[in-house]
Write a protein that binds this ligand. Sequence first.
Ligand code: URA
Ligand code: ZN
Length: 406
Amino acid sequence: MPASTRPLLVDVHTHIYTPTYVDLLRKRDQVPKVVRSNDGDERMILLKEEEGKGASASGRPIGPQYWDRAEKIRFMDTHGIDVSVISLANPWLDFLPPDEAVHAASALNSEVQAYCSSYGDAQAAESSFAAQTKKRLFAFGSLPLVPGVKVDEVLEAVQQVKGLSHLRGIVMGTKGLGKGLDDPEMEPIYEAVAAAGLVVFVHPHYGIDTSYGEQDNGHALPLGLGFPFETTIAIARLILAGVLDRHPDLKLLLAHSAGALPALSSRLASCIAHDPHVKDRLQHDFRYYLGQLWYDAVTYGPEELALVERVVSRANNYESRDEQLAFVDRVNDRKDLLAPEGHFPGVERILFGTDHPFFPPLEGEGDRWRSVDENLDAIAGVAGWADGERARVMGLNAVDLFGLGI
Ligand code: URA
Ligand code: ZN
């Protein structure tokens, strides 16, 4: 389809390891690290599973696709991506001592700003949207979120990110200042980020234990299950700690569509309601909070994407049991399944992403990435969505959430 007739496509889940960051990893002899293999190629060893034996032991090959802007643009052009909101990839600064993390965050934020802002107007004009905005690259900044860093130092980094024109949010793992996202010490950070209008992209790195057996399955289980369950647990904890009650303006964008959170939200709500220890902790039914979050569309399948949207669409109906039952009645009457544009409020919370440069094609698979096409096909295949809904998920939601038109 020519660029002018297809919907705007914005990628909100796309990573880089900047040259400064890769140099940091090259100097290390412990995971995370970049090593040179016997055949002279560089490999990145990031995950705890990559330390052991087996198919994932030697990590992943790493090359210019991880840091070279020309490679990112080539990837965007191949897949018709107009605009990317890039983020430093895991494990961010988690492994650094506090003073180094503070210094590195500041340097990386400047580096990422330059990466985006020095991409010239003339080059940007190749895309019709970018021709209007003069911009094709935006980014999430990084914060020095490691144990031992003073909250004031994190707040300074928030102000730095706020002041950089192409940075529209921050990327964050699940550890916070070392004690998770439900740590009370995170409160002033949430407050500052919300006040600055920055979007927080919450992304996993550590996974959870997937070793309930002995076969070697390579990277499949740590990435396919460990990553999304880590996000699920971290966000369930954040909600249960009342963070969204205290900071209703906090904008959290969750990687991999929040993992299992949508599928397990009613079970969690029921577990909470049946537990005297937590049942009165939240101002709303647990499911209500799913309507306060944003989700990337990195599900790889239309049914899974539909599940996220349906769960988020109904989120605000869980204020009371009566509203919940009335919602079920409406669905049974099929009224909510006949979807005029904008009828599914959950659609406005879901945004296209690729996870580039991860999940590249295997040898001989051609230029287009199967992982990207699976996520585009998922958006195209959700039952009940009209063109308007697809256009929101493909790009218009990102324009609104990140203020990309300005
Ligand atoms: N593997 C990673 O380490 N990070 C990602 O974001 C995706 C795959
Ligand atoms: Zn990712």
